[in-house]
Design a protein around this ligand. Structure first.
Ligand code: PEP
Ligand code: CO
Length: 454
């Protein structure tokens, strides 16, 4: 792979382009100081991990693997504690086990974690009782309280975010290395507080069947395969605050390329995917796999330019389109997007985000998403890709390992009135533990590989 056009690209070249959704830092000296400090700190991930993920994503693009990307809409600094991280990891691992079993292919696990601290906002400012202050843009930018001090973007928070990201990834690595994802440890696979789930039996049958298969294999081969099962876990976040991303961008001489080493797989949010914008400029120069959120307002020409700008050499696994149309628009929008990409002669990895196009306001005024719409969008995605000879290579979901009540529906039939009970998100509504597991069970049935003889 050749380096991108480094005559015109460098980690700061985004600063010459219009940059949406950036905080306005009033103290430019403090900003420069924080960016300089961040640039000297060691990276959170390393380039060979990034390359391995790109190869795995290339396999997903060919239909040989499946990507599960999930986590909070926004991580908060307060959530950087062991219980929350462990629960998030546990649900992602359990979902990936169910998906591997149903799809009969390896699942690539990518957390929206270890850096998902910034959010795009619909307005730059917020007004309450005649007072106007900067909007809260996430813990890496400013603080949520409605006071001038709290809302002032603080460059020091870039460093605090980096530290939390590093602590999170360090803990996740230790858990995985210590055998957290090892099937010989049934306690990691139990259902905990959702042990009375309507689909408990189904889930337990899957775990037992995988464990039996494992035992059988180990018996006849006299080898332990759990090393192979201790699959990798990768990190991703929206590359939104570009000073943060820039500071963690390093040239790796051995690879002769630039990498964003704050995460394995950054993505560009839908609100910052302008072709001439700073985010596309920044992402075109890094060797990481990059995702772009795409929605119905993006026409064929826009998608095609994204493909040729972000992956001019058509490197497999390099570019993912994460479509988030909503159950009501996917039937009209997705086929056009598939045709548009095909017309470029290049390929992308197609991922369905069934969350962001299905957000609505409940009667009580809380933001919610209906489980049935999430599932319906995934079903459409799967059948549309199949009917056009394309592959749905993965799913991108917002979830938590906690027992929250933010999305309605699911086997428990959460209703609008239940939302107040445990609504914790300050941003988008997430699937709770039980709904997440249910989604993976349903998805693995819908997408499941035909059994022999079928
Ligand atoms: C998100 O993923 O939380 C998000 C803001 O999504 P989108 O860019 O698709 O709106
Ligand atoms: Co979100």
């Amino acid at each position: 792979m050749k380096t991108p056009d480094h005559q015109t690209w460098n980690p700061t070249s985004w600063q010459t382009r219009p940059a949406q959704q950036q905080p306005v830092y009033r103290d430019s000296v403090a900003l420069a100081d924080a960016v300089a400090k961040l640039s000297r700190l060691p990276p959170i991930v390393v380039s060979w991990e990034v390359e391995r993920l790109r190869e795995e994503l290339a396999a997903a693009q060919r239909g040989e693997r499946f990507l599960l990307q999930g986590g909070d809409c926004a991580e908060s600094f307060d959530d950087c504690e062991s219980g929350t991280i462990t629960k998030r990891l546990k649900i992602l691992l359990q979902m990936s086990l169910v998906l591997t079993h149903g799809l009969k292919k390896p699942v690539i696990r990518v957390g929206r974690m270890g850096g998902q601290y910034a959010k795009p906002r619909s307005a730059d400012t917020e007004t309450r009782d005649g007072v106007t202050l900067p909007s809260y843009r996430g813990d890496i930018v400013n603080r949520g309280e409605f006071t001038p001090e709290a809302r002032e973007p603080d460059p020091q928070l870039l460093l605090r975010g980096y530290e939390r990201a590093a602590l999170t990834i360090n803990f996740v690595r230790a858990l995985i290395d210590g055998g957290f994802a090892d099937l010989h440890h049934p306690e990691y696979w139990d259902l905990g507080f959702v042990g009375h789930s309507p689909f408990k039996a189904k889930y337990e049958r899957i775990v037992a069947s995988v464990a039996d298969g494992l035992e059988f294999f180990e018996t006849i081969s006299a080898k332990e395969v759990h090393q192979a099962l201790r699959a990798e876990f990768y990190a991703s976040h929206e590359a939104l605050v570009l000073h943060y991303e820039q500071a963690q961008t390093r040239f790796i001489p051995r690879q002769n390329r630039w990498y964003n080493l704050s995460t394995h797989m950054p993505w560009i949010g839908m609100r910052t995917a302008q072709l001439d914008g700073a985010h596309v400029e920044y992402c075109r120069g890094i060797a990481n796999p990059v995702g772009v959120k795409i929605g119905a307002a993006m026409d064929a020409a826009w998608l095609q330019r994204l493909v040729t700008t972000l992956n001019p050499q058509n490197i497999p696994g390099k570019l993912a389109f994460i479509h988030r149309y909503g159950a009501k628009d996917i039937e009209s929008a997705l086929p056009k997007a598939i045709q548009a990409v095909r017309a470029t002669g290049h390929s992308v990895l197609w991922i369905c985000d069934p969350m962001h196009g299905n957000t609505e306001t409940s009667q009580s005024g809380l933001k919610t998403r209906r489980f049935e719409n999430i599932l319906r969008e995934l079903e459409f995605a799967s059948s549309i890709h199949q009917s056009l000879g394309s592959h749905l290579g993965g799913v991108h979901v917002e979830l938590t390992g906690e027992d929250v009540t933010e999305c309605t529906g699911g086997a428990r039939g959460l209703a609008d009135l239940d939302l107040q009970r445990a609504y914790k998100s300050s941003v988008d509504p997430r699937l709770n533990y039980e709904q997440s597991l249910e989604l993976s069970l349903m998805l693995s049935e819908r997408l499941r590989a035909p059994r022999r003889g079928e």
